[in-house]
Write a protein that binds this ligand. Structure first.
Ligand SMILES: NC(=O)c1ccc[n+]([C@@H]2O[C@H](COP(=O)([O-])OP(=O)(O)OC[C@H]3O[C@@H](n4cnc5c(N)ncnc54)[C@H](OP(=O)(O)O)[C@@H]3O)[C@@H](O)[C@H]2O)c1
Length: 247
């Protein structure tokens, strides 16, 4: 890529979010903060959705606190976010947890509720909002665990569930009013995965780059198999769900 191409791409990334309101769940986590930093660089108005009661300060690359509106929410109470989400152009569903080797009933419930059902409810809620002049977007952070082992059975089960629900409901919800993007990420360092290979800032930068190319399937991973298998998997699910279900 030439220097001029690189500049043109950066300009496109900046223009896409200029003045748009973007809400991010899991805002205090590693990727949440990295996405807020990147989106701030692109001129977005930021809403940090967090389940934590602590004040959230996210520093820009220059070490300055970035302006954001912090809003507390809880999984299970997604409907309460309706007024707030009505003024959002983009919703990034990014919260998640990893139960690792735990297979207790409590861990099953927690994993399904947080990783799958609350994301699905946010998708339905965001899709039901009054249309805006510009197409709304929802990005759902599933994981490479949709199709690969993650050494964590409940994490895999819950991420596969949300991935499948996303494929099924996209048949009805995606359209001129709503653009749905699936984020499929490989291992990066965070509280959820302290030994991840990539940094959250690198992953957030790559996500924004692929969004600037208007990708619906955003893949960031060092694992080449995911680039091959994930498009096949989403396409085959799309064909199967379309054939055997109705709107
Ligand atoms: N790290 C990886 O290798 C990896 C790979 C693929 C995909 N992912 C996905 O990327 C997303 C971000 O993860 P991360 O790696 O940045 O981990 P992280 O630093 O642990 O961030 C996850 C955030 O999710 C929110 N969260 C946790 N429990 C919650 C609950 N009960 N209710 C509501 N929110 C809750 C918390 O943010 P608040 O306190 O702000 O609510 C938490 O900081 C997750 O969906 C994860 O599955 C991670």
């Amino acid at each position: 890529m030439t220097h001029a191409d690189g500049n043109a791409q950066l300009r496109m990334r900046l223009e896409r979010f200029q003045g748009r309101t973007v809400a991010v769940t899991g805002a205090s986590g590693s990727l949440g903060q990295a996405l807020l930093r990147q989106l701030h660089r692109c001129g977005a108005q930021l809403i940090a959705l967090t389940s934590s009661s602590n004040a959230l300060t996210v520093l820009s690359a220059e070490g300055q606190p970035i302006p954001l509106e912090q809003v507390r929410w809880r999984c299970g109470e997604e409907q309460d976010l309706q007024p707030l989400l009505s003024r959002c152009d983009v919703l990034v569903v990014n919260h998640g947890l990893n139960s690792h080797g735990d297979r207790s009933p409590a861990a099953v419930e927690r994993s399904l509720e947080i990783n799958a059902l609350s994301s699905w409810r946010l998708l339905e809620l965001f899709a039901s909002l009054e249309p805006r002049e510009q197409q709304r977007e929802i990005w759902i952070n599933t994981s490479e665990a949709e199709i690969q082992a993650a050494v964590s059975p409940l994490y895999e089960i819950s991420k596969r569930l949300v991935g499948q629900l996303l494929s099924l409901r996209s048949l009805d919800l995606a359209g001129p009013q709503l653009r749905i993007r699936r984020l499929v990420l490989g291992p990066f360092r965070s509280a959820l995965n302290p030994i991840g290979l990539m940094s959250a800032d690198f992953v957030a930068g790559e996500i924004l780059r692929q969004v600037s190319w208007n990708c619906g399937l955003v893949i960031v991973t060092p694992n080449p198999l995911t680039y091959l298998l994930m498009p096949i998997s989403t396409l085959s699910r799309w064909l199967y769900f379309r054939a055997v279900s109705r709107p």
